[in-house]
Design a protein around this ligand. Structure first.
Ligand SMILES: O=P(O)(O)OP(=O)(O)OP(=O)(O)OC[C@H]1O[C@@H](n2cnc3c(O)ncnc32)[C@H](O)[C@@H]1O
Ligand SMILES: [Mg+2]
Length: 200
């Protein structure tokens, strides 16, 4: 069985990747399964750069295939913020504080001006440093109050017009079928087998 180290401590992300990869026969481990994982400084300027930094460092150190996902929310009225700083928008990595800050920044902005998109870059790296990069996006609107209990991060504030619900009101299957991460993973799956044959 092939093992993939998912370069994340975010259990919300990890859960989505398990759901996507385990049916394909992969064993999934995350940073939370390692004791004392190496610290990685994510100092890239783009989602793809940060994902590459994470994936290559871990693949080399632990000699496994590593997958890193760097993702975030970009709000048009805020010139693309919080962007690559989504996890720490309000300071610490605190989802509730991040959502409150976003609501405060958008106070008074009319519903039709609250357009946003999620972006996800995925980089898979081999122990020898070969990389595969894919990206995905999904467009939506930022709500004026939270709706729904599912998902993670900004999901309760991200309204997806085609489904007339927020991402936190979708089942995981529904979210994966349209999300930035789901779309990036779809692109990954189209190329992954060929890449795996090359690096094995
Ligand atoms: O770095 P790792 O350990 O993977 O976990 P993280 O949560 O810090 O992950 P990122 O650096 O990629 O930051 C992404 C942030 O963007 C938000 N985000 C990303 N994908 C999301 C999704 O599908 N739904 C809601 N919010 C999401 C969420 O707040 C995350 O904390
Ligand atoms: Mg992070």
């Amino acid at each position: 069985m092939d093992k993939i180290l998912i370069a994340t401590k975010n259990e919300g992300k990890a859960k989505e990747y398990r759901k996507l990869f385990e049916p394909k026969g992969f064993e999934i481990v995350t940073l939370n399964d390692l004791n004392d994982p190496i610290e990685i400084v994510e100092d890239g300027e783009t989602f793809a750069q940060n994902a590459a930094i994470k994936a290559t460092a871990l693949a080399e150190k632990y000699q496994v295939i590593a997958l890193a996902d760097d993702s975030g929310l970009m709000v048009d009225q805020l010139d693309g913020a919080p962007g690559i700083y989504s996890a720490r928008y309000a300071g610490d990595h605190d989802d509730e504080a991040n959502k409150q800050k976003l609501l405060a920044e958008l106070a008074g902005v009319a519903p039709d001006k609250r357009t946003a998109h999620f972006h996800c870059a995925i980089v898979v790296a081999s122990p020898a440093g070969k990389q595969l990069t894919v990206e995905g996006e999904v467009n939506g609107m930022i709500l004026e109050e939270q709706r729904g209990q599912g998902g993670f991060g900004y999901d309760p504030l991200f309204y997806y017009p085609p489904f007339e619900r927020s991402f936190a009101q979708l089942s995981m299957e529904e979210k994966n079928s349209v999300s930035h991460r789901g779309r990036a993973v779809k692109a990954l799956m189209e190329r992954f087998d060929a890449w795996l044959n090359e690096v094995r």
